[in-house]
Design a protein around this ligand. Structure first.
Ligand code: PMP
Length: 310
């Protein structure tokens, strides 16, 4: 049984088709070489105005940036892809959803050079609960430092969210799960803290927030950016800097950020408790502000929400 909460329609290169018909041929370039770029976006059911997509502009921009880095020409404009994501939520009559736009090289030939393989652009939306588990937001997760390293510079470009990179993410995640952890934290090729298999990371020490810079093989996370802005506006100092592994063990608080993981506290790393071994107070304050904005409980001062049905 599939774990998908299937919706009615999928937007497949310009047309809405039934969920079950949205298939690709096994000879498609993406199946063999992971030639895809994608996004993960959340749509929240806000208190007074219904469905609102979080930072759709930035996610759509990052999708186009990822494609540009990989020389993939998306056969739709930014505006078309932006609008199609809103339409997919509407067609599926959703208030809350996870949105997955994916651009991939399709079926024509299987040389590494993609030749005339068509570029397809697909948008799926479905209901997806808390990524790291329901309790995590309050309780925090137990994680390990991965034995796997994130991409070295000039191998896989970390700023692009491409399908193939998630083979590295799978190594990190599978190893962590096998050993009883919820997630792994990968180091970069120089041995400094990079990110989780699908999350950016923040460390709090003496009231200051630290997060690895973009040069540490991290995805330029949109939740990361949101937390930097929220925390700064709340009066916290946020510093992007190289983080040695051992700083994880002596930090007062550590948390993950991501569209799927949202803001998830980390309560232990390699069995060493983080701070008091539970969610810390600054993490809690930032989480509350983040959730208040995305759930429409307070005004969205940043213009981050795109309302679907207005
Ligand atoms: N790093 C990786 C490897 C990811 O897959 C994700 C999820 N997209 C993130 C960080 C967090 O990015 P965002 O906040 O934009 O979802």
């Amino acid at each position: 049984m599939s774990k998908f909460d299937e919706t009615l329609k999928i937007w497949f290169s310009g047309k809405f088709i039934d969920w079950k018909d949205a298939t690709v041929h096994v000879g498609a370039h993406v199946v063999h070489y992971g030639s895809s770029v994608f996004e993960g976006i959340r749509c929240y059911n806000t208190e007074n105005r219904g469905a609102a997509i979080f930072r759709l502009k930035e996610h759509t921009k990052r999708l186009f940036n990822s494609a540009k880095i990989y020389r993939i020409e998306i056969p739709f404009t930014y505006e078309e892809v932006f609008d199609a994501q809103i339409e997919t939520i509407k067609v599926n009559k959703q208030q809350e959803a996870y949105i997955r736009p994916i651009v991939f090289r399709g079926y024509d030939s299987l040389g590494v050079h993609p030749g005339a393989c068509p570029v397809e652009c697909v948008i799926m939306t479905w209901a997806w609960g808390k990524y790291l588990g329901d309790e995590v937001i309050n309780e925090g997760v137990d994680v390990r430092v991965s034995s796997w390293t994130r991409m070295a510079p000039n191998t896989f470009p970390a700023l692009a969210k491409c399908g193939a990179i998630y083979m590295n993410s799978q190594l990190i995640k599978l190893e962590a799960a096998q050993d009883g952890y919820v997630e792994g934290i990968a180091l970069d090729a120089a041995g400094y803290v990079s990110e989780g298999s699908g999350e950016n990371i923040f460390i709090i020490q003496d009231g200051i927030l630290f997060t690895p810079p973009l040069g540490a093989s991290v995805l330029p996370g949109i939740t990361r950016d949101s937390v930097i802005r929220i925390a700064t506006d709340m009066g916290y100092k946020v510093v992007e800097k190289i983080i040695p592994r051992e700083m994880l063990y002596i930090a007062d608080e550590v948390f993950f950020t991501g569209s799927a993981a949202e803001v998830s506290p980390i309560r232990s790393i390699d069995h060493i408790p983080v701070g008091a071994g539970r969610r810390g107070p600054i993490t809690e304050r930032i989480q509350r502000r983040f959730f208040d904005i995305i759930e429409g409980k307070v005004e969205d001062p940043y213009g981050w929400l795109t309302y679907v049905y207005e």
